[in-house]
Design a protein around this ligand. Structure first.
Ligand SMILES: *Cc1c(COP(=O)(O)O)cnc(C)c1O
Length: 706
């Protein structure tokens, strides 16, 4: 092919490698398609990992492929798009008037959920952090993330024939992932040291490129470290409190030191949950070693730190005994010429009591200039929960709220993206937060009922097919004869209800089965069939959560429910993407007010799914009476059993009196007009609000640049 010089082709190969190592491709389907084209087999077997694909294709083969004109032009086009994205100057951030210049926002979090090929997240907290980063990139915010590189990740889940969850841990190979070891100018790895107990522990970092932003994942698995220190960063929330505190020392203290080793001095330190709050102590130490007195240093630290609290569940707030603190942090304290007794009061709810545990949330609250919850209701709950620290009435507690969102593009199923592009034009992705765009969707002239219903049907059918493929291995393991039931697993025409999230018990996955006869009746209405799809992992040490899984799995095996109730194992971002795009109704039944926000219900909006949820977290402020359905009321929490019974009763009533009749109320064309009106109204009222572009811009204006 004379028109392409070998130089040009080699340049493009380098471009493809660079593209694979920037997670921009995770929200750019055309880029994903290139990697899929290069090796469909590897793309699938690696859980959609562009780096693994690139590693599996030789340079010779790439050259040959690039000699095909069509492929060459597609690569050229994507690389140009990527370059434009990376170089874009007229970003939202650059248009902000109150920038001083030179800002850098650092964001510390124990987990990042960026993509299924990088399983270093356990649930919503990590997914939120990932979506936050992607929007920070889209908006042009100067942003750097800090977390840990868990080489055994979070576990893969399989379900044994008795319905019990089993965990196995992957072994992540950095060479096969979209990460790269951070090296200095001398080509040697950048390594910092933190004191844990009496030992210095060495920490290195892996860099993840997420569009225009960068994340550093810290890793203690260096040969120089003792074996048990090498294990610190092995697993997401692995081990006991001892592992937990060591992870948090690496994250908070090691994180600040790693930034310094790179010459980075952020203007803001955002703690995404309290796990990283030791960073405030490290900043304090830096200032004091520089000669500042303690009060001045504290003021400085507070002026730089902001904190987001994510849960009212007590187990979500780490508490360490003074003994454990002493054991783990005495070396660090000595380097400051202090003892642990000097730092304990920063994290004790009652500093007058020397044996009061050290709470990471308390530390973060005390050492931040601003703190926020993740929904309006969660703000109220948090002010009540922490008012004793401030000695003021709850209304005056300085904890605000910034409601969570989702990164719409990253959650968009390909079919949906093509649909919106066709209806809203080329530039629509830039106006996702614009009410005007979604107002247009309310107009059937622009998107007809027929088109919307066809999209819904297509997405539901895609999900049914995905489930049928996915459950094959699982059914065989459970002892169900897959071949005979295959075609009766779910129906592409039935009202499809999804429930997927971590199986923390407060989320009450089995609530819909509380009155078995009632739900059986609904599942067995041949005129108006419904079907249920579940997925989710329980924390390895949460036996109560595992029993919930067991209950659901038992229903899926019940011959009366076979094919109508399905549990998908190994819930991850990929399973989530399939579920949130295909379901008609997303079910959410937390014990109010324990769900701080919840974000999975926001992922369905753009696909035309509807929420059916307890008025908790984001839904408490999102629901307007017509953009979905509410379960239960807003009364103060009752006795758990009473609350469960009342909420289940409400759920059955809403389902049988509202949801099911509306879905099956069809006109002569087979179209449920009222249902589609509700979808439009859901899109118009919710999409502009519950996305991370809106969320990150609020963080910027109210916290980062304030
Ligand atoms: C979105 C998401 C979550 C969070 O779901 P919630 O409803 O907020 O609990 C958890 N895990 C995965 C894989 C997700 O994609």
């Amino acid at each position: 092919m004379p028109s392409f010089s070998l130089n040009r082709i080699d340049e493009m190969i380098d471009g493809l490698h660079a593209l694979a190592r920037n997670l921009w491709w995770t929200w750019t389907p055309d880029a994903q398609d290139l990697f899929f084209q290069l090796s469909e087999r590897k793309w699938r077997s690696s859980n959609h990992n562009a780096v693994a694909v690139m590693n599996s294709v030789s340079r010779q083969e790439l050259r040959a492929r690039l000699c095909e004109k069509e492929f060459f032009e597609r690569v050229e086009d994507i690389l140009a798009q990527f370059r434009d994205y990376m170089m874009k100057k007229d970003t939202w951030w650059n248009a902000q008037k109150n920038r001083r210049g030179g800002e850098l926002i650092s964001y510390f979090t124990a987990e990042f959920g960026l993509h299924e090929c990088l399983p270093i997240y356990s649930g919503g907290l990590g997914v939120l952090a990932g979506d936050h980063t992607k929007s920070a990139s889209d908006l042009g915010v100067p942003f750097v993330g800090i977390s840990l590189f868990y080489r055994n990740g979070y576990f893969s889940q399989t379900i044994s024939p008795d319905g019990w969850q089993h965990e196995s841990y992957p072994m992540l190979d950095p060479d096969q992932l979209p990460v790269e070891l951070v090296v200095g100018a001398d080509g040697k790895p950048v390594v910092v040291s933190v004191d844990i107990g009496h030992n210095p522990v060495l920490v290195r970092g892996y860099r993840v490129n997420v569009g225009r932003t960068v994340i550093y994942l810290l890793d203690t698995n260096l040969p120089e470290n003792d074996l048990h220190h090498r294990e610190i960063t092995a697993r997401v929330y692995g081990g006991d409190l001892t592992t937990r505190i060591m992870q948090e020392i690496v994250l908070g203290i090691g994180g600040v030191r790693f930034l310094r080793a790179l010459g980075l001095y952020p203007s803001v330190y955002h703690m995404n949950e309290g796990h990283s709050a030791f960073l405030t102590m490290e900043l304090l130490r830096e200032r004091m070693l520089d000669g500042e007195d303690r009060e001045t240093a504290e003021r400085w630290v507070r002026s730089r730190c902001v904190f987001t609290t994510h849960t009212p569940v007590p187990a979500g707030h780490d508490r360490f005994t003074p003994d454990l603190m002493e054991f783990m942090l005495n070396g660090w304290c000595r380097s400051l010429g202090r003892t642990v007794c000097d730092i304990l009061p920063y994290g004790q709810e009652n500093p007058a009591n020397p044996s009061d545990p050290f709470c990471m949330t308390v530390l973060a609250l005390r050492m931040s200039r601003a703190a926020n919850a993740v929904s309006e209701l969660h703000g109220r709950v948090s002010r009540e929960m922490w008012k004793h620290l401030y000695g003021v009435p709850a209304e005056q507690v300085p904890i605000g709220h910034c409601t969570n969102g989702v990164h719409m593009l990253g959650w968009m199923f390909h079919r949906t993206r093509v649909f919106w592009q066709r209806h809203l034009g080329e530039k629509w992705i830039y106006y996702l937060k614009s009410k005007a765009i979604w107002q247009q969707v309310a107009d059937p002239e622009l998107v007809s009922d027929e088109d919307l219903w066809a999209l819904r049907y297509g997405l539901r059918r895609d999900l049914v097919e995905y489930v049928r493929r996915k459950v094959k291995a699982q059914y065989t393991r459970l002892g169900i004869d897959f071949t005979t039931v295959q075609d009766t697993i779910l129906s592409p025409d039935a009202l499809t209800i999804g429930f997927a999230r971590r199986f923390a018990t407060y989320k009450r996955a089995p609530l819909i089965f509380r009155d078995f006869n009632r739900i059986m009746e609904l599942l067995h209405d041949d005129e108006r069939p419904i079907q249920l799809i579940f997925a989710g992992k329980a924390h390895p040490r949460d036996d109560a959560g595992k029993r919930f899984i067991q209950q659901i799995v038992a229903h899926t095996k019940n011959s009366a429910l076979l094919g109508k109730v399905v549990f998908l194992d190994d819930y991850d971002i990929n399973v989530a993407r399939h579920m949130i795009s295909g379901v008609d109704v997303w079910l959410n039944t937390p014990r109010r007010p324990m769900e701080a926000s919840g974000t999975s219900g926001m992922k369905i909006l753009i696909h035309g799914g509807l929420n059916l949820s307890i008025l908790d977290g984001w839904w408490c402020e999102g629901y307007d009476g017509e953009n979905g359905w509410a379960i239960g009321g807003t009364e103060p929490p009752a006795d758990p059993d009473v609350q469960d019974a009342a909420d289940a009763e409400s759920l059955y009533r809403v389902l049988s009196e509202q949801v099911i009749p509306e879905f099956y109320d069809r006109d002569e064309f087979g179209i449920p007009r009222a249902w589609i009106r509700r979808i439009r109204h859901s899109m118009v009222t919710l999409i502009p609000q519950f996305n991370t572009d809106r969320m990150v811009s609020e963080y910027v204006l109210r916290y980062y640049l304030a």
